[in-house]
Design a protein around this ligand. Structure first.
Ligand code: ATP
Length: 504
């Protein structure tokens, strides 16, 4: 069964992934805070995106621009005039909606055919008793809605100590514009040749009319954006270079989400219709994900033509061109923009990883994160917390591995429960230290120096020499090939899940 949003919200809070912002003051409902595990997961998403799309490519460079920019940036980009959503208000309850989202909500109806009984009718459906369709406010079912008015989504603020029109600027609503504004700086300083891309990950702000659905739509969020510049006169495989690269980026982004665990059947491409296309776009394709709220946009990949560079050139009076050596002419590059939301990616990875299963009559909740995404890579668990050598050895392992990946130590419950706790936050591997590892001095028995690694997904256990842990985990975290570890060290046992074993 697909996981519900309520389940994810409650797990996120309980296990330290995401908290409501300012919760002790009642929260805001439009922004969220990432807790100790959420921040690790979020950083892993950004790190992998950077590694795969920037670090490992010769045609990509990075940028980290400021959030506050010259206000003319937003006039030139079209955001001051066009970055709006249509808004309607209810005359009765004053609830505010995005006009284009009203029909996507369930609606409240006082049905005349049933003496005015109140019903909540699914989105887009008619009343089963009187056949009426929604005309009034979907929230209260009583008020008329105003005609749509355009509402600009940019947050206004003032730069400097005087709050007047001259000091007015905006919190950036996307990271993209800084990459256009810095086009020439990057081109000249790095001596780049087309095609090349600039990438940036950072915060964006949108005063969304109806934020909601947990971290899906918030007023402050993070984006990972790429502006990939191509020469519009070039061709690749007989096609215009911008069109070829657009398709290439769509395929690469889809492959990236699949590689880190999103299931094929939960991903789809959605081509924007002509009427829906943004004013600057030649073509836009969204990658949609089957979120708990239904199919929705995970990221967009737009061919923005030469619109942005031309606009900024016009408004700034500076040339933003590229000298085409072959044709001996200055050209304005076209740009392909893969724009992803970090928070939406995190929500998708969380939803896809979540599984409930029954293990020996007990419910096991497990987040099957790709090992590279998992917030904690290894949990070190002593089997007996009263045995000093066991505890010392376990702490030593944690300290040694922590130099390389996020590792935790936990001895606050019985081993069965400790395993379940790690399953629930997606830790791919646990290491347990027991009497066999350290031996028993009183009995004159020496230890074998081996510890148990337990695999989250199969729940199999293998004993491995302590000194081999680092190379073994390095391999596992890269390719997740548990079978290779089993083949090498053998002696597989099943995690018995005994909740009393080693109970401190
Ligand atoms: P939507 O149609 O959902 O409002 P959009 O098409 O306006 O999104 P873009 O401007 O293409 O979004 O931004 C790129 C990405 O940034 C989106 O695909 C999404 O992942 C993320 N994003 C945009 N707005 C928000 C938001 N309010 N909260 C969280 N993520 C967002």
């Amino acid at each position: 069964m697909p996981v519900t949003m309520d389940t994810l919200v409650s797990l996120s809070k309980r296990r330290g992934f995401v908290f409501q912002s300012s919760e002790i003051y009642g929260g805001t409902g439009s922004v969220w805070d990432y807790g100790p595990l959420g921040v690790e997961l979020k950083q892993n998403i950004k790190r992998l995106w950077w590694r795969d799309f920037v670090q490992s490519r010769a045609d990509m460079v990075g940028l980290d621009a400021s959030i506050l920019m010259h206000p003319m940036v937003w006039t030139a980009s079209g955001h001051v005039d066009k970055f709006t959503d249509p808004m309607v208000d209810c005359h009765e309850c004053r609830h505010r909606f995005r006009a284009d989202h009203v029909d996507a909500r369930p609606w409240t109806h006082y049905c005349p055919a049933t003496k005015g009984n109140k019903f909540v009718i699914p989105a887009g459906e008619a009343c089963g008793h009187c056949g009426a369709r929604r005309t009034l406010c979907p929230e209260c079912g009583k008020g008329e809605l105003t005609a749509p008015r355009q509402f600009n989504l940019m947050f206004k603020t003032f730069m400097g100590p005087v709050e007047d029109e001259a000091a007015l600027t905006y919190l950036r609503p996307e990271t993209a514009q800084a990459m256009f504004v810095n086009f020439d700086n990057v081109l000249q300083s790095m001596r780049l040749k087309l095609p090349f891309g600039i990438a940036q990950a950072g915060r964006s702000f949108r005063n969304e009319i109806t934020p909601g659905n947990f971290i899906f739509r918030t007023r402050e969020f993070e984006q990972m954006e790429i502006e990939y510049f191509v020469n519009p006169h070039d061709t690749v495989e007989g096609r215009p270079a911008d069109e070829w690269w657009h398709d290439r980026w769509i395929a690469d982004c889809m492959a990236w989400f699949r590689r880190y665990g999103l299931r094929e059947e939960n991903l789809r491409l959605r081509e924007h219709e002509k009427a829906e296309l943004a004013h600057y776009a030649k073509r836009t394709v969204d990658i949609d994900y089957l979120f708990p709220i239904g199919w929705s946009e995970l990221m967009g990949i737009a061919n923005r033509s030469d619109y942005d560079l031309k606009q900024h050139s016009k408004f700034s009076g500076k040339s933003l061109t590229y000298f085409d050596e072959e044709r001996k002419e200055h050209i304005v590059p076209f740009v392909v923009e893969p724009a992803a939301g970090v928070d939406r990616a995190l929500l998708a990875f969380l939803a896809d990883a979540y599984q409930e299963e029954e293990v020996r009559g007990e419910k096991r909740v497990v987040l099957r994160f790709h090992p590279e995404l998992a917030p904690v890579k290894v949990a070190v668990l002593p089997l007996l917390k009263k045995r000093e050598e066991i505890v010392r050895t376990a702490h030593g392992i944690r300290a040694a591995l922590s130099r390389h990946f996020r590792v935790v130590y936990d001895d606050t419950a019985a081993i069965g429960r400790l395993y379940r706790r790690q399953d629930e936050v997606g830790t791919p591997y646990c290491v347990t230290v027991d009497v066999q590892t350290v031996g028993d001095r009183d009995k004159g028995e020496s230890g074998d120096g081996r510890v148990t690694i337990r695999d989250r997904d199969s729940m199999q256990q293998v004993r491995v020499p302590e000194g081999e842990l680092l190379p073994v985990f390095r391999g596992l975290l890269e390719d997740g090939d548990w079978g290779a570890v089993v083949a090498r060290f053998g002696g597989v046992t099943a995690d018995a899940g005994r909740s009393r074993e080693g109970d401190p």
